[in-house]
Ligand binder design. Structure first.
Ligand code: F6R
Length: 604
């Protein structure tokens, strides 16, 4: 979602701010802006749309100054207009903000009584107005910000700049991450270390409730109780902030093609000696139930894992989307492992669900790709997804690594609970170790998949079908297609077809069926026959044996290498991703940053 950056520099900051904002583009945004303080005066430039529009504005109307803040905005309160773009200013204060101020209407009403009225529709402007009001009453910037932050409800990260203060930025964190970067005679603030990577690898992460007073000489941090706080400076590993397409046209294809490598890494970490290996605290002899919570693609990896936990480990497993789970107030029985799956580790609903379970579950674990994220820090155990930085808004390699690790976790549970023998467990891991190779073979089919995608691209609606573990795969395929190509897509468990959606089938409806030759193959094929009998245009994604048995009548077949039941959903994710990618290519959409989407959904 929104991105924040700030620089107290030794040189002109406008180009640095725009460059840093570029590195935050992956988070998703629809307007951008920067502000500087120069000769004691605050000034700002803002533009709707991509950063190139802001750069154009700056060419015609440069913004001098060595102290500045910048922002990419993903619209929540108010449309994507220049007036709603950040920074928001009031009197001697300008501010950028990630998150949501829940009580902004109430604060606005109070400020109106003092004659302070907004000029935008945003919640953020209220923060500038309130701080300016405190300063008008005689408070210095530091005290004014502390008073403002204390009055705000919601989840936010804020960065302030002040008139007449060329050596001061104030940052506040409550719910949305912020990193302070340390340079030589320069200091930086960013919503993540990726933004700051070209400037520094020395970073301090703010904790919940922290307020940081940043000058070129360093940073002073106070905690939520306003006591001085010591926060470590950590060195950021270069690989974790690398943003590079490595010769690919899009980050998405680069990330799709990285999957064999990152899956191998996950297998090496979580099954180093032929058996699954997880922290001792994940003791499945004591766990009687697994509750998994996530959003979007992460939710589909949890849905797949539910089949594995139940079938392989005999362990009851419940899965829910975080936005529902958090308000459902589900009863929690003793022996519950609560597992939260999130690429970013910052998804607001998943984090709230984690906090709900923190007091109730026996163990709260996070499966996250960002080791410094809120979910990683607040969980009792954080398991790394090990996918490397994922820049494309549509998740690919994080998904297949989530699946790989969850499959190993289910095997680990099966082994510890005595449902699997050691030999059976080793056999499954052995199968999984073949995955990187099978994935490489599957990726060689890209040309064929592109052709299939091109024939699907003109459709206005597409149906995906699958059974068992292939049902979440179908759901994920539909999600990927929707978000990338904007084609309406739906997924059904194929057995559910005749309970309603079969009414949709006619000659114009493309139907993609995921049907590896597994124990449910015949059942899925029967459902596929029901589609064919009604002239549905079926693309069958299967393996050689499946293709031999069931290709008749289908308009296209994609034959993947044969894979075990544990590996099949991981392998079938690849054509799902490539169909969405190539359909999007055919439609000319913005593949790495689809409209309206954000990489890290930090608001409810
Ligand atoms: C889809 C996608 C989203 C995310 C969802 C959760 O391609 O990426 O559906 O999976 O927003 O995000 P995380 O995993 O960061 O919690």
């Amino acid at each position: 979602m929104c991105g924040i950056v700030g620089v107290l520099g030794d040189h002109e900051v406008a180009p640095l701010l725009v460059e840093a904002l570029k590195r935050l583009e992956y988070r998703g945004y629809d307007s951008a802006g920067i502000a500087t303080v120069y000769k004691s005066r605050l000034d700002r430039r803002r533009a709707v749309g991509k950063l190139v529009n802001l750069s154009d504005v700056l060419v015609h109307n440069p913004l001098p100054g060595k102290a500045g803040i910048g922002h990419t905005r993903w619209a929540t309160h108010g449309a994507a207009t220049e007036g709603n773009a950040h920074p928001h200013s009031c009197g001697p204060v300008t501010v950028v903000h990630n998150g949501i101020i829940e009580n902004f209407r109430e604060l606005r009403e109070k400020l109106a009584a003092h004659g302070i009225t907004p000029s935008s529709e945003t919640d953020t402007e209220t923060v500038a107005m309130l701080t300016a009001h405190h300063m008008a009453q005689g408070l210095q910037p530091r005290e004014a910000v502390m008073a403002t932050v204390a009055a705000l409800h919601g989840a936010f990260a804020l960065l302030f700049l002040f008139e007449g203060e060329e050596d001061l930025m104030i940052a506040a964190r409550k719910g949305s991450p912020l990193a302070i970067g340390h340079g030589k005679g320069e200091m930086y603030v960013g919503s993540d270390a990726i933004a700051l990577a070209p400037m520094t690898d020395q970073v301090t992460y703010l904790e919940e409730g922290d307020i940081a007073f940043v000058s070129r000489a360093g940073v002073e941090i106070i905690d939520a109780a306003h006591n001085r706080a010591n926060r470590d400076i950590v060195r950021i590993e270069p690989g974790t902030t690398l943003i590079d397409k490595a010769g690919h046209k899009h980050f998405m294809t680069k990330e799709i093609f990285e999957q064999p490598t990152v899956v191998a890494e996950a297998l090496g970490r979580y099954a180093p000696a032929g058996l699954p290996s997880f922290p001792d605290r994940l003791d499945f002899t004591k766990i009687t139930r697994v509750v998994m919570v996530a959003c979007g693609t992460g939710y589909y990896s949890c849905l797949t894992a539910k089949y594995w936990f139940e079938q392989i480990a005999g362990l009851p497993c419940e899965v829910d989307v975080a936005s529902e789970f958090r308000y459902r107030e589900p009863p929690v029985t003793p022996g519950t492992l609560a597992l939260f799956v999130s690429q970013s580790g910052e998804t607001a609903d998943t984090l709230a669900a984690l906090r709900y379970m923190k007091e109730k579950a026996d163990i709260v674990a996070g499966l996250v790709n960002v080791g410094t994220s809120s979910i990683a820090r607040e969980a009792d155990i954080a398991l790394a997804i090990l996918a490397g930085v994922e820049v494309s808004v549509a998740s690919t390699k994080a998904y297949t690594n989530q699946l790989t690790i969850l499959a190993l976790l289910a095997l680990h549970a099966g082994r510890q609970r005595g449902v699997l023998t050691e030999a059976q467990c080793r056999g499954h891991v052995e199968d999984m170790k073949r995955l990187p190779d099978l994935m490489r073979q599957t990726l060689t089919l890209e040309g064929k998949i592109a052709k299939i995608a091109e024939t699907l691209a003109p459709a206005t609606s597409i149906l995906f079908l699958g059974r068992g573990v292939m049902y979440p795969t179908a759901l994920e395929a539909a999600l990927k297609l929707k978000e990338l190509s904007y084609i309406h897509a739906e997924a059904y468990a194929s057995g559910e077809l005749k309970h309603g959606p079969i009414a949709l089938i006619d000659r114009s409806l493309p139907v993609v069926v995921f049907a590896p030759h597994d124990r449910l193959f015949e059942k899925t094929v029967s459902n596929m026959q029901e589609v064919l009998a009604r002239h549905g245009q079926v693309t069958l994604i299967t393996d050689a044996e499946g293709a031999r048995a069931a290709s008749e009548g289908t308009v296209a077949q994609l034959v993947l290498p044969a894979a075990s039941e544990l590996c099949a959903p991981i392998l079938h994710a690849l054509p799902a991703q490539l169909i969405a990618y190539h359909a999007a290519m055919a439609k000319g959409t913005d593949i790495d940053q689809p409209r309206n989407l954000a990489k890290s959904v930090t608001v409810e």
